[in-house]
Design a protein around this ligand. Structure first.
Ligand code: SAM
Length: 222
């Protein structure tokens, strides 16, 4: 495909967003607005921009992926984000999901990425997109990010072999963790994990998903 100008990219993106909304994958006005404010083409390398509206994962540096728009919408809707919530994301990748979260919570967002090249990639993308309240933290997100804990929401965008204990500990009572968990590297069930006000943990499975592995002390071993 020859390179498209910004106007054409914007039109293609708007069509994708409207389709996701019509199909009920994007459910709320808030998520719809966030998608329109931060189009996916701002978070991929130049050569992938013409494909950013396609509802599939796309490559980002270091052999990782930016998730498909429908998957990001599903996880954001399941997270039920509200302004003022303190959110931790694990797996910054391109920074796109963190930008969307920041638009929904309208406050600081913390996101952890283990691959230094992606920490830089995400920071560049976020700066170019004009996102100021996302803090990209280099490190192993399976240990969470204790300095800002506890969190109202923790959203994990890589597949874990089991729910990392530190993430449960860093969740507020009344908080929610959304995380893909599976026995295989590339296939998982998407779990919604709620911590009751009395600290009890309740788990529900939303359905099958396919994420790159969560690698770290409480994840897959390298
Ligand atoms: N949320 C991202 C976005 O909006 O582009 C997509 C995330 S990509 C599917 C998964 C990311 O998780 C990769 O960038 C990978 O390096 C990262 N990752 C894997 N294990 C991790 C860990 N233990 N801590 C932090 N990041 C991790």
């Amino acid at each position: 495909m020859t390179s498209l100008d910004e106007e054409e990219l914007k039109k293609l993106w708007e069509r994708t967003v409207e389709r996701l909304f019509r199909e009920g994958i994007i459910k709320s006005e808030a998520v719809r607005r966030a998608f329109l404010k931060y189009p996916r083409y701002l978070f991929v390398e130049e050569r992938y921009r013409p494909y950013a509206h396609v509802d599939e994962p796309l490559p980002i540096p270091a052999g990782q992926t930016i998730s498909a728009p429908h998957m990001v919408a599903i996880m954001l809707e399941l997270s039920e984000l509200k302004p003022g919530m303190k959110v931790l994301e694990i797996g910054t990748g391109s920074g796109w999901n963190a930008a969307l979260i920041s638009e929904l919570v309208k406050t600081d967002v913390y996101t952890v990425e283990r691959i230094p090249e992606l920490v830089e990639f995400a920071r560049r993308n976020l700066e170019r997109a004009g996102v100021e309240n996302v803090h990209v933290i280099p490190g192993d997100g399976t240990k969470g990010f204790p300095p800002k804990a506890p969190y109202d929401r923790i959203i994990v965008t890589a597949g874990a072999p089991k729910i990392p204990e530190p993430l449960l500990e860093q969740l507020k009572p009344g908080g929610r963790l959304v995380i893909p968990v599976g026995r295989y590297h590339l296939w998982q069930d998407l779990y919604i994990v709620d911590k009751d006000l009395d600290g009890r943990i309740r788990k529900k499975v939303w359905g099958g998903v396919a994420f790159v592995p969560l690698i770290g002390e409480y994840g897959w071993r390298e």
